[in-house]
Design a protein around this ligand. Structure first.
Ligand code: PLP
Length: 328
């Protein structure tokens, strides 16, 4: 297979977001830490629905779906999945039908992202408190049923943390480099959350392709370091299959994966992360949710205080605003 031109491939997407997202300094946090400079990249303001990182992934995944003539999109996740809500928004914008599969009971009162999904008017399946394997066989069954009815469905797999899904954050690195150039800003360190690892893989790959302008710090909010690394390696293989560009780096050598702030894992607050939701809103007037972003900021601030990092820092706010309304 021929090696692709990455910059051309990055343009091969549908437009869902309002990009570039804002990049500016968190002056109050800087003052409180006596540290210059701390930037925020407002990917919570990607412009689609409640905003967030998955908008970038969906630009590539739904371009694939449309190429495959899909007319309906199946996506699955927990009740408060940010991906599900953003997919519903994207489908409405693109005129695709959208089916959400939630592992969870239908709530008596819709709140947070479930309420948004209801307003968006998409089809919702609540399949009870089942595990991932059962959810995935339900999705497969739905796929076959839709096909039998003459529809052309497309499944968004692995929470959009796939090779194409990760293209969103390859593109984000190009975007940050461009913003730094045009605003005469220097950024040394980037901080972002690691869940399934799609954001992380995109950032790591984009950073490598551009000659390592940044140091990438991934705060794991879900898995231990070994498992997150494993996920990143898998997604990286998928990117390599798409691009066919030689990529001979060991992931640990080109990024810093930190699992000291995840507590008991996904959705399990730590005392510090819960407090940060309030502190950040009080200090900067910016809302963060308490699964991904609160732990990243706790980690970033702790590392700044412990002098574990140097230079200008940039925190990527990955959104998830809809879920905040169900967290307290
Ligand atoms: C708000 C938010 N931030 C970060 C992530 C983590 O992304 P990834 O699974 O690509 O690591 C997610 C994933 O759902 C998310 O919803």
């Amino acid at each position: 297979m021929e090696k692709i031109n990455l910059e051309d491939k990055l343009k091969d997407k549908v437009q869902l977001g309002v990009l570039p997202t804002p990049l500016y300094r968190l002056v109050n946090i800087e003052k409180s830490l006596n540290y210059e400079s701390i930037y925020i990249k407002r990917d919570d303001m990607t412009g689609l629905g409640p905003g967030g990182n998955k908008t970038r992934s969906l630009e590539y995944l739904l371009a694939e779906a449309i190429k495959e003539n899909a007319d309906s999109i199946i996506v699955s996740g927990p009740l408060q999945s940010n991906l599900c809500t953003l997919t519903a928004c994207a489908c409405n914008k693109l005129g695709l039908s959208c089916v959400l599969v939630h592992n969870g009971e239908e709530p008596e009162r819709y709140e947070g992202n479930v309420l948004l999904n209801h307003i968006l008017g998409v089809e919702m399946h609540f399949i009870g408190n089942v595990g991932e394997a059962e959810r995935s066989s339900y999705v497969d069954k739905l796929y076959r049923e839709l096909k039998e009815r003459g529809s052309t469905p497309y499944i968004i797999k692995n929470g959009a943390s796939t090779g194409y899904g990760a293209f969103g954050y390859i593109n984000a690195v190009y975007e940050i480099v461009e913003q730094c150039k045009s605003n005469n800003i220097k950024i040394d360190e980037i901080f972002a959350p690691g869940g399934n690892g799609g954001v992380a893989t995109g950032l790591i790959y984009g950073n490598a392709m551009l000659g390592f302008p940044f140091k990438i710090n991934i705060i794991s909010v879900e898995y231990d370091k070994k498992k997150l690394l494993n996920n990143i390696e898998k997604i990286m293989e998928e990117i390599n299959e798409i691009t066919n560009i030689p990529f001979n780096y060991k992931i640990e050598d080109i990024c810093n994966i930190i699992d000291d702030y995840r507590g008991e894992g996904w959705g399990q607050n730590t005392i510090e992360s819960e407090k940060m939701v309030f502190d950040f809103a009080k200090t900067e007037g910016i809302f963060i949710e308490n699964i991904y972003n609160s732990k990243v900021i706790v980690g970033m601030i702790d590392m700044i205080k412990k002098k574990k990092i140097e230079g200008n820092v940039c925190y990527i706010h990955t959104g998830g605003f809809g879920s905040l309304f169900s967290q307290f």
